[in-house]
Design a protein around this ligand. Sequence first.
Ligand code: PGA
Length: 254
Amino acid sequence: MRRPLLAGNWKMYKTLAEAEATASALKVRLKDVAGRDVVLCVPFLYVEAVGGLLLDSEIAVGAQNLFYEEKGAFTGEISGPMLKSVGCDYAIVGHSERRQYFRETNQDVNKKAKAALKAGLTPIVCVGETLQQREDGVTESIVTTQINESLEGLNKGDMLGTVIAYEPVWAIGTGRTATPEQAEEVQALIRNLLAHAFGKDVAEQVRILYGGSIKPENIYELMRQPDIDGGLVGGASLDADSFEKIVRFEDQRP
Ligand code: PGA
């Protein structure tokens, strides 16, 4: 009922030539793919070139961040309208690496999500607990606060134009994927929170991705979970072969 979304997050990898080569390869490989959405979230610098390459393809282009002001004296920042003007359709906001290394708070994430929506971009809002928080048994309260504060003030229409990604920090880039059951438990919690805040009809339509060490070998079981509607894929999206396999998740049955 919810259309799967497979999103690649290239982080700070690849030169322009490498980015174009991988995007071109994926364009060919995914020509016939149907029944799902695919997006590559590339470094700002490559949004225009990669987006241009993918114009007549099944793949959309996204950014990994944006600033919440539309314009002004904010040296080094990139706004939603700027991204939209170069063909960008999605923006990741509140990735754990932004929260950890750049001190982004839930309030920043909230402003960025609203700025993305205002610019006509689909925000992919990331939440997730650290290893310490999981071991302390506070996963539920951490994720609840992140969801409530990051989505504060959004209306139903905004929420329908937003994607959530649950990314346990301990699973990102560590090779240690959450088990499908561990992920599902939090994904279902998130859907309940959305139902509470926006109504059940909205919550049933919002896509909630899982992210954290997704690979061709584990995507099949993850996608079988009722509240996992897609993946936010880091390392395994850098390689056209492995990302193609993830996009074709039904074919990866072990
Ligand atoms: P990973 O990263 O797939 O390399 O664990 C996921 C992410 O950070 O979005």
